[in-house]
Design a protein around this ligand. Structure first.
Ligand SMILES: Cc1cc2nc3c(=O)[nH]c(=O)nc-3n(C[C@H](O)[C@H](O)[C@H](O)COP(=O)(O)OP(=O)(O)OC[C@H]3O[C@@H](n4cnc5c(N)ncnc54)[C@H](O)[C@@H]3O)c2cc1C
Length: 355
């Protein structure tokens, strides 16, 4: 409806549309060349506006064939890369068979210091959907820079770590562990599958370790999906090549607009983690908690990083936690304010995190 109204208005203003004209570049005389069903035509123009899109979904027409045409005229063009894209994940065959196509709803995710509530979908080979797209630029850049990245999921965003741990610590009576997890934490189906896939938990994991895994489940990503499958493209014509009217400085009369421009704004759907106290915000402080099992000789060390909470599992005797591991993590946080979680440490000492 809106599109029809716009087209009507443009026609009223004298605009003529020439469908099925593919721009091929400039002729030697500077005229614009087009491939049409009737053969090639050339038109001289005082001004031209290129709004040729990026390189995603080329089957819809935006195939980035303009990139070499502009580059040949000396226009700097940043490599087109997938933006708002899905990612490959190395699911186990069992998980992929069982959950491909399943939505993961009412969760939150963090990456590169951003925190986004929302939902996404499991695919046969990875993840896609709004929440993933909102963080995709950060995740894509991290994979390019470091060779790896993880999407850190909060599977219970409405509850703090402490509250979740307290809920899970309630006696489970005759309930099976999965039933207890469903009733006390609302984790079942695909969420329970994700936890099994990447939570590094087993029957001996202590309550606090389980809660920490639910609040900060790192899903390792292999690679972004290809540009052709992305919702949009990053990269394009460098803004430095344009003047304030978006005219190419070196090609007077040629203007560029839309997705073909580099430096497009990022999605605005990111926000700070609402449940974390200000002092514990990433980059300002690290918060360190401990849980574990003296029986199994393992400890889960909860570390707050710029990417959110991370659980680091280490085999150790209980005394070693205090004498060796904790100082090492505090050492790593050198130069930052550190807020060890006294309540967690106290509970560890009392043994109330034992399974
Ligand atoms: C599946 C999908 C879902 C999306 N969902 C959303 C959404 O929910 N919200 C949102 O904001 N954005 C969404 N987008 C992104 C949005 O569609 C694009 O960002 C937007 O269309 C870019 O507009 P544009 O005019 O710059 O380029 P385009 O819309 O790509 O238009 C460029 C046009 O130029 C034409 N063209 C290219 N080369 C030539 C040539 N050589 N000669 C002649 N014509 C040429 C193409 O055929 C195309 O018609 C989605 C994209 C996809 C693929």
């Amino acid at each position: 409806m809106l599109l029809r109204a716009w087209l009507h208005r443009l026609r009223q203003a004298g605009v003529r549309t020439h469908a099925r004209h593919r721009w091929l570049g400039w002729g030697e005389d500077g005229a614009l060349r087009f491939a049409t069903p009737e053969g090639e035509v050339a038109w001289a123009a005082d001004a031209s506006v290129l709004a040729l899109g990026g390189g995603s979904w080329p089957q819809l027409g935006s195939d980035a064939a303009w990139v070499p045409l502009l580059a040949a005229r000396g226009v700097p063009v940043a490599r087109l890369r997938p933006a708002n894209c899905g990612f490959d994940v190395a699911w186990s065959e069992h998980f992929s068979d069982r959950f491909a196509g399943a939505p993961v709803k009412a969760v939150a995710a963090s990456a590169g210091g951003a925190f986004v509530p929302g939902e996404f979908n499991i695919t046969a080979g990875g993840i896609e959907g709004g929440l993933v797209y909102a963080l995709s630029a950060r995740l894509r850049d991290a994979i390019e820079r470091d060779g790896h990245a993880a999407l850190t999921l909060d599977l219970a965003p409405g509850r703090s770590l402490e509250k979740l741990a307290a809920d899970l610590a309630r006696p489970r009576g005759r309930d099976s562990r999965p039933n207890h997890l469903r009733r006390r934490a609302g984790i079942d189906g695909v969420m329970a599958g994700l936890l099994r896939e990447f939570g590094q938990i087993d029957g001996s994991t202590a309550t606090f370790g389980l809660a920490a895994a639910i609040k900060a489940l790192a899903v390792p990503l292999v690679a972004p999906r290809p540009l052709a499958e992305a919702i949009s493209s990053a990269g394009g014509v460098d803004f430095a090549a344009l003047d304030e009217r978006l005219m190419l400085r070196d090609l007077p009369g040629v203007f560029c607009a839309g997705e073909m421009l580099d430096g497009k704004p990022r999605p605005a759907a990111t926000c700070s983690p609402p449940a974390w106290p200000p002092a514990a915000r990433p980059g300002r402080a690290w918060r360190i908690g401990l849980s574990g099992s003296r029986a199994t000789g393992s400890a889960d060390i909860i570390v707050m990083t710029a990417n959110g909470l991370r659980v680091v599992r280490r085999p150790c005797a209980s005394e070693e936690v205090f004498s060796t591991l904790l100082p090492r993590y505090i050492g790593r946080a050198r130069g930052r304010r550190i807020a060890p979680c006294d309540r967690v440490l106290g509970a560890w000492r009392r043994g109330s995190f034992l399974p």
